[in-house]
Ligand binder design. Structure first.
Ligand SMILES: Cc1cc2nc3c(=O)[nH]c(=O)nc-3n(C[C@H](O)[C@H](O)[C@H](O)COP(=O)(O)OP(=O)(O)OC[C@H]3O[C@@H](n4cnc5c(N)ncnc54)[C@H](O)[C@@H]3O)c2cc1C
Length: 168
């Protein structure tokens, strides 16, 4: 869509999925994060089958393809930040199999182009750190269902959708 904006966030992360032998994250079944200031963050997300996805924030510039990840330096820093998670950190460092993720903030001037409607991340992608993207997508679906039920005129329904969604 013309005037769509999707600037890269200055921060992204590395990811690794590891087994949770001690059920330290999978038993409470909750996302856990630990921060030091605003520049160091590690997260642990239970993803089923006794596995945990570990993520570690890094500046996007450090995540360029081809730039090496210093796993040993990461291991030492992660152990200092969150020593209780040593088992997961050591496993991730040993496997050394990190994926890289960068994120964009997506904004559109309007959410439909004629009969084509953008919802979810396609309309308003946010940082996963906010933990709200799926919720926003579900709200879009709920509003869309309501405006379609309220009118037989597709153009009017989509205009109404845009008004509700952009004005809250
Ligand atoms: C690491 C991470 C953590 C997150 N944590 C949270 C959280 O805690 N809470 C929360 O609310 N949200 C979270 N989110 C955000 C959430 O996952 C997204 O906002 C949500 O999945 C968006 O849903 P969607 O249906 O709009 O898009 P998607 O889930 O991306 O679905 C789009 C689908 O379209 C398919 N597709 C793409 N191109 C084509 C094509 N050309 N043809 C056919 N199919 C295609 C894709 O394969 C995909 O299945 C997180 C995201 C990430 C990456």
């Amino acid at each position: 869509m013309p005037q769509a904006r999707a600037p890269l966030y200055p921060w992204g992360c590395i990811w690794a999925t590891v087994p949770d032998m001690g059920k330290i994250v999978t038993a409470p079944a909750m996302l856990q994060q630990r921060f030091r200031g605003s520049k160091t963050m590690m997260g642990l997300l239970p993803v089923g089958q006794n596995m945990v996805t570990l993520f570690w924030s890094l500046p996007s510039a450090a995540l360029e393809p081809g730039l090496p990840i210093d796993v040993e330096a990461w291991r030492a820093e992660a152990l200092t930040l969150w020593p209780e998670m040593a088992g997961l950190i050591e496993h991730a460092a040993w496997a050394g199999n990190f994926a890289r993720a960068t994120y964009r903030q997506v904004t559109l001037p309007r959410w439909n182009d004629g009969p084509v409607l953008f919802i979810g991340d396609a309309a308003h992608g946010t940082s996963p750190q906010l933990g709200q993207g799926a919720n926003l997508g579900l709200l879009d679906a709920q509003v869309l269902s309501a405006v379609l039920a309220a009118s037989d005129d597709l153009a009017a329904a989509l205009a109404l959708f845009g008004r509700y969604s952009l004005e809250g």
